[in-house]
Design a protein around this ligand. Structure first.
Ligand code: ADP
Ligand code: MG
Ligand code: MG
Length: 252
């Protein structure tokens, strides 16, 4: 699904990613944890093609296609979806219009006909219910005045409608209460499928009580320094990150 090889990237001439390798197979859920400033968000931005991030070296192949050379829009059409720590607000553009434009663009890229307004409205209403948002949110400006939890639900709705191949969630649990976190987890779990993969960036283990990852990785100073199964997240919660740079935990 996604193979990242020896990825080096910089922002403002500062090297942030320093040889990142990651292999995500179809249907897998990978969690990325790690200390502040390790390069977790940068990884998401580089993969999504955000301006200001320079790839120095390496590759990222999504479903057999190198994505690092593509424009951000092309990457989204290739099936990449990013949910961010701080979702953008787009006042004046209704959520429904925004969602339909995104879905239409993706369908067009796949050679599929656009939905009619009526067809799309029906799908959007179903998605809205699925993430437990009142239907009024379809008419409101994109994320305009939404609470933290509502923004996350809104992102999940985008994900449900866009049906991406690979979803990256960057600290999508930050600032959420337990109920909202469960909505995020349920939304993600409902979208898990053998042909869709997830990379979930999180500071806290608790989200991973609800979304069971197949693999957990620790990103530190721009590369993955340790990988394991879900139990690694529990160890990190208990022990922090310092031990990874010292003695291997197994030998203690
Ligand atoms: P994480 O998400 O793991 O906490 P980030 O990927 O956000 O880390 O940041 C990695 C490093 O890159 C940090 O040291 C951060 O200060 C730096 N960084 C991120 N964006 C910029 C920028 N626009 N200009 C300069 N440094 C940046
Ligand atoms: Mg951070
Ligand atoms: Mg971050």
């Amino acid at each position: 699904m996604l193979t990242i090889t020896d990825l080096h990237a910089s922002v403002e001439e500062k090297n942030i990613l320093k040889g990142l390798n990651l292999d995500v197979k179809p249907g897998e859920v990978h969690a990325i944890m790690g200390p502040n400033g390790a390069g977790k968000s940068t990884t998401g931005y580089v993969l999504s093609g955000r301006d200001g991030y320079t790839v120095e070296k390496g590759s990222a192949v999504l479903d057999g296609v190198e994505i690092l050379e593509m424009e951000a829009e092309e990457r989204a059409r290739a099936g990449l979806f990013l949910a961010f720590q701080y979702p953008v607000e787009i006042p004046g553009v209704s959520n429904l219009e925004f969602l339909k434009a995104s879905v239409d663009a993706q369908r067009e890229a796949r050679g599929e006909v656009a939905y009619t307004s009526a067809e799309f409205l029906k799908l959007a209403k179903e998605a809205c219910k699925q993430v437990d948002l009142p239907l009024a949110f379809l008419k409101r400006g994109v994320n305009e005045g939404f609470s933290g939890g509502e923004k996350k639900r809104n992102e999940l709705m985008q994900m449900i409608l866009l049906k991406p191949k690979l979803c990256i969630l960057d600290e999508t649990d930050s600032g959420l209460d337990i109920d909202a976190m469960q909505v995020v987890a349920n939304g993600v779990n409902s979208q898990r499928s053998p042909d869709r993969s997830f990379i979930i960036v999180t500071h806290y283990q608790r989200l991973l009580d609800y979304i069971k990852p197949d693999f957990v990785h620790v990103l530190s100073d721009g590369k993955i320094v340790k990988s394991g199964d879900a139990s690694l997240a529990k160890e990190l919660e208990a022990e922090g990150y310092a031990w990874i740079h010292n003695e291997p935990k197994d030998e203690l």
